[in-house]
Design a protein around this ligand. Structure first.
Ligand SMILES: *[C@@H]1O[C@H](CO)[C@@H](O)[C@H](O)[C@H]1NC(C)=O
Ligand SMILES: *[C@@H]1O[C@H](CO)[C@@H](O)[C@H](O)[C@H]1NC(C)=O
Length: 228
């Protein structure tokens, strides 16, 4: 019966837990971007630019991205025709010496046909440190549209920052300690709670009995018990 009350208490703690989505940290970060437009198996990465994240919490960013050179535009066109992958490498650094290196990729044709319109989503762990990056183009597919070379000069990038959402955690450890203390107290004969079992647990037993009666009522065959 201690188990029944343990399970019910856990459930109540779980329901009562205040679910907070507010981000408790903030900070700045520098994201250095390098990309590979080549069609070879292991293409060279070149500088794409830098995105300064001024506030992790508000996703306030300043972007300094390079224009594509004529050569890079030709490479991207070739990558698109070749149905190859555009590779992006992001190196994050904050004030201290820590660095996070993350990578992502999209179809070359998707970036080409989007006219360099992309969105970068940075996923942070519970301390605000980047643990993932993903890139999407707008539109996110290739349908063979013709793109004017003038539309392949400047990146049109949107940055999204995803914070980790921590779910509610039932506080079972404290409850188990409390049970242990009560057990010890009972063994020492100190407990004042000498009510009968029914008096203590009626609020759990009554719904269970009602539930059993109801399920028996709607399923009389089962309640009749093993007729077949
Ligand atoms: C820039 O990207 C946004 C959203 O991805 C899009 O709505 C807009 O048309 C793009 N602008 C240009 C000039 O491509
Ligand atoms: C519980 O114990 C107290 C004394 O320890 C006694 O006065 C009281 O009548 C008891 N109650 C029941 C329900 O046994």
């Amino acid at each position: 019966m201690a188990w029944l009350s343990l399970i019910l208490t856990c459930l109540m703690v779980y329901i009562n837990h205040v679910y907070t989505l507010e981000v408790e940290y903030d900070g700045q970060m520098t994201m250095k971007l390098e990309h590979a437009l080549g069609t070879e198996a292991s293409p060279d990465f070149t500088d794409r630019g830098v995105i300064e994240i001024l506030s992790i919490r508000n996703a306030a960013v300043v972007m300094k991205q390079n224009q594509l050179t004529d050569d890079e535009r030709r490479q991207l066109k070739a990558l698109s025709d070749d149905d190859g992958w555009y590779l992006l490498k992001a190196t994050f650094s904050s004030g201290d010496s820590r660095e996070a290196k993350l990578r992502t990729f999209v179809k070359g044709c998707a970036l080409y046909e989007s006219g360099l319109s992309d969105s970068l989503t940075i996923s942070l762990d519970h301390t605000g440190w980047p643990v993932g990056i993903s890139m999407m183009t707008n539109p996110p597919y290739c349908d063979g549209r013709i793109v004017h070379p003038n539309d392949l000069r400047n990146f049109n990038t949107t940055v999204f920052i995803r914070h980790m959402e921590q779910g509610p955690v039932p506080d079972t450890a404290t409850y188990i300690q409390k049970i242990e203390r009560e057990k010890e107290a009972r063994e020492r004969g100190e407990t004042k709670d000498n009510r009968s079992f029914l008096a203590k647990y009626w609020m759990y037993i009554v719904p269970a009995v009602i539930f059993l009666l109801l399920t028996g009522a709607v399923n009389p065959e089962g309640a009749a018990g093993g007729g077949r």
